[in-house]
Design a protein. Structure first.
Length: 811
């Protein structure tokens, strides 16, 4: 094809992603073993099953076919690990989950390529949807591990969980299973689907890299009849989490009945995609593409039934056919491809069979004029019109790129048609009339309802079915309850098992003394060189700023030794800082996920410099090295807590006596002025900054007057942690004087003051000008080290204000 042809036709050329990194990884690892106790072992049977590349139909590699002896070994490993893991402090588990999230991100491209090779889904989807959602799931649940002790008080892990997943989102389903299980303190034995084990095996490597304790995650590949049934029937498993077909789900319900095993089932669907005549039809067309041609239609919540209002049906169908004509089916690793390959020849045959059945049943079939590639397993996007609601193709889950369309006349009829199924996984509703859309949404029996959108997933929002689509939720806080039980329900087997295990002590690993630290560092300093003078400046608008006054303030240690100098801040510095904080107001509108990431980065970068920060605390306070390290470590944990809270402080939906809903959403207050307590120079500082910025506020903060150097040292940490300029501004100097300026400032929206009683009064008086909210300590101190007093809901409430958004609905 020459340039002129391309210009004329505007055809896309191929844009292949290299398969080599994936193939090389496979070569280096085959034959694949089973992952038990963080080690690879051969299957007891010595048998292997083939894994194919659906894009070519050729064999990719072979993976181990486990039998019940292997399952026994994996369950025993998980049981042993549970004794410890189930009692590991939440913060420690959070760190492991965080490490898994980072591991997924580090290997994201390899994971994307492997997933496309093994499953046949387009690289565009694995790269931009599956893998990012996997990382997000681990980050989000790291947060719940951190918060479990306070937010799920009274609940305990369930124990050893058997997890069985399907092939349509191999790694994503793994994440949906493993992340919440581990966060809540369970250990797992996971069985990937027969056709798609490779990314799970790559994930096992990530588990090793993250140095998870052996036995916490075990991955056992093989056939459903051998591995799946052995897990379901195993006497030492406390819960089964299953995603797959309704048929198998039903058999698992029967098999586990009366066994006391907890069970969650995420099953099939035949989800309605409801289009009203006032919908934006061009958006609808793109919505349909994402609803039924995403992942070749092999999506449990695919919008597979298009229900359209009669008067716009023909117009929509012709737009749809035009769009279908331009969809591209082909090589999954081609970045310009919309639809990849069907996972297996068996699945392809099943789709073909059901489509033939549809034709026999009298529906009208339409497919694009072009042909699919003949190597590999491909099926064209397909539209059935004139479908009658009782026919097979209108009722049965096809699990392929096949859309069946029906029409309705009134909203009531739309609801009736939408609910005319035994399933209830999801639905989309399309209308430009919000009253209508919100009226319909609660009437559809489905676990997720998307308004003017479709197939949206996030770790924060639970997913799962009504009716024969199963029970239990994955994601959100509701999803956690699938992996816990009331703490008083102590299972005797577990008690016996865990009483001989060690209970790890969180602080046990943190005992390095400062003497040891100093000893290590003395060798590297050349004794005769004078130290380089490090004068901390103020930090305003992301820049280090000299004080307007031109004066410095000397900071002395407890032994009266001069340990540093900080800028003497004044009114002008505060004004500049407030202005910078205002300019950074966009911080409130970033995603909660990004804000959480930044808080985690701060923790990460602080951890790297743990000892340096501990030394600084000793210098300023004369406390012991061990004590100072404890403060730094508590600070890191605090940052984890607020990273966790960032996307979990969510608000409510109220139900006043009317037809409608009220969304009560916590919003940031704006610019918060802050004065730090004197005890705990680092922890006191971060305990104020972290909740405020987590909730989207920007801050102007006056560090401890006596020991400001821990705070000023933090600006280097902020700079390396992607904290946007102006989000945190630090002005050093006389605390009460600077606080008063902040309290009087009309552009400061709230003032937090942790100091004397007189100072508190001063702040409350000065704040009356613009009626800003104040939070003062009246001279009382609190134990900043304790999680009860030093973090949590009280801080989050002070950092937010609730907006109630009233949404009446109904026509
Ligand atoms: P499947 O039910 O055949 O298999 C799912 C998993 O269960 C596989 O790992 C399989 O090996 C295992 N399995 C099969 N028989 C078993 C048995 N008797 N005991 C124990 N384990 C057994 O389904 P599939 O064909 O792999 O996946 C497609 C189905 O999954 C579709 O129906 C789809 O709707 C559903 N699905 C649901 C969700 C959801 O979240 N609700 C998500 C994805 C897929
Ligand atoms: Mn495969």
């Amino acid at each position: 094809m020459n340039v002129m042809d391309i210009f004329e036709t505007m055809e896309y050329g191929p844009a292949p992603e290299a398969a080599n990194p994936g193939l090389d990884w496979i070569k280096a690892h085959q034959p694949f073993g089973l992952f038990i106790n963080n080690r690879w072992r051969k299957p007891a049977s010595g048998q292997y099953i083939e894994s194919i590349n659906p894009g070519s139909g050729k064999t990719l590699t072979r993976v181990a076919a486990a039998n019940s002896a292997d399952v026994d070994a994996a369950v025993a490993a998980a049981r042993k690990a549970f004794a410890r893991w189930g009692r590991t402090p939440g913060h420690v588990r959070a760190r492991y989950l965080y490490a898994l999230a980072r591991g997924v991100q580090k290997h994201s491209r390899l994971l994307a390529v492997l997933e496309s090779l093994d499953n046949g889904k387009p690289i565009r989807e694995t790269r931009d949807i599956d893998i990012p959602l996997v990382a997000r799931h681990f980050y989000y649940h790291a947060g719940w591990a951190q918060l479990m002790e306070s937010e799920l008080a009274g609940y305990a892990p369930v124990g050893v969980v058997g997890q069985i997943i399907p092939w349509n989102f191999p790694l994503l389903m793994l994440a949906w299973k493993i992340a919440p299980a581990l966060a809540m303190g369970n250990t797992v034995v996971l069985k990937p689907a027969r056709y798609t084990s490779l990314t799970a095996l790559k994930f096992a490597e990530i588990v090793q890299e993250a140095a998870l304790p052996p036995g916490v995650v075990n991955i056992v590949t093989g056939e459903a009849s051998a591995v799946g049934e052995a897990l379901v029937n195993h006497p030492d498993i406390n819960k089964i989490a299953f995603t797959g077909s309704t048929e198998v789900g039903r058999s698992i319900r029967r098999a586990t009945a009366g066994s006391g095993k907890k069970l969650s089932l995420e099953l099939g669907g035949k989800s309605p995609f409801v289009v009203f005549d006032d919908a934006d039809l061009d958006s609808v067309v793109e919505g349909v593409v994402d609803a039924i041609w995403f992942n070749q239609g092999q999506v449990c919540c695919a919008g597979s039934r298009l229900l359209v209002q009669e008067n716009v049906a023909e117009r929509l169908f012709s737009k749809l056919r035009a769009r279908m004509e331009r969809l591209r089916v082909g090589e999954p690793l081609d970045k310009a491809i919309d639809i990849g390959a069907i996972v297996s020849p068996g699945q392809l045959k099943e789709i073909q069979r059901l489509v033939e059945q549809g034709v026999k049943e009298g529906a009208t079939l339409w497919q694009p004029s072009w042909a699919c590639p003949t190597e590999g397993y491909f099926f064209p996007p397909t539209l059935f019109t004139n479908v009658s609601p009782a026919t097979t193709i209108a009722q049965v889950e096809i699990f392929g790129p096949v859309l069946v369309a029906m029409t309705f006349r009134t909203p009531a009829e739309a609801v009736e048609l939408a609910n005319n199924t035994r399933y209830g996984l999801a639905a989309s509703v399309w209308s430009e009339n919000i009253n209508l859309a919100l009226d319909i949404a609660p009437k559809i029996k489905a676990g997720s309802v998307w308004i003017n959108c479709t197939n949206l997933f996030d770790a924060s929002s639970g997913f799962g079915g009504y009716r024969e689509s199963g029970f239990g939720r994955e994601g959100g806080k509701e999803g956690l309850y699938e992996y816990v039980k009331p703490a008083w329900e102590i299972d005797t087997t577990q008690e016996a098992a865990s009483s001989n295990g060690h209970v790890p002590d969180a602080s046990a690993e943190d005992t390095t003394s400062l003497e040891e630290i100093e000893a290590g560092e003395e060798q590297s300093t050349d004794g005769w060189l004078p130290p380089i003078d490090r004068t901390p400046k103020m930090f305003i608008g992301g820049k280090q700023a000299r004080p307007d006054s031109g004066y410095s303030r000397a900071i002395y240690g407890p032994d009266r030794r001069l340990i540093g100098q900080v800028g003497e801040g004044n009114r002008k510095d505060i004004r500049n800082a407030v202005e910078a904080a205002h300019k950074a107001g966009g911080w409130a509108f970033g995603t909660t996920h990004n804000r959480a990431q930044i808080l985690y980065y701060i923790a990460e970068n602080l951890a790297v410099r743990e000892r340096e920060f501990a030394r600084r605390i000793v210098e300023q306070t004369g406390r012991s090295g061990k004590d100072a390290l404890t403060e730094v470590q508590a600070t890191i944990s605090r940052l984890f807590s607020y990273a966790a809270w960032t996307d979990k402080y969510e608000g409510l939906v109220h139900r006043p006596p009317m037809r409608g809903a009220v969304l009560a959403m916590p919003e940031p207050i704006g610019v918060i002025g802050m004065a730090c307590p004197d005890d705990y120079p680092l922890l006191g500082f971060i305990s104020l900054v972290a909740p405020a910025i987590a909730m989207g506020n920007t801050v102007v903060i006056v560090p401890s007057q006596r020991s400001p150097l821990s705070a000023t040292d933090c600006y280097q940490v902020f700079e390396t942690s992607d904290v946007p300029a102006g989000v945190v501004n630090i002005v050093t100097g006389e605390r009460d004087l600077l606080s008063k300026v902040l309290a009087e400032h009309d552009d400061v929206d709230a003032m937090w003051y942790f100091g004397s009683l007189e100072g508190s009064k001063l702040i409350e008086l000065a704040s009356a000008g613009n009626m800003k909210r104040t939070w003062v300590s009246y001279g009382h101190s609190r134990n900043w080290l304790s999680r009860e007093q030093g973090e949590g809901q009280e801080f989050l409430r002070e950092a937010t204000q609730v907006k109630n958004i009233w949404i009446p609905y109904g026509e």
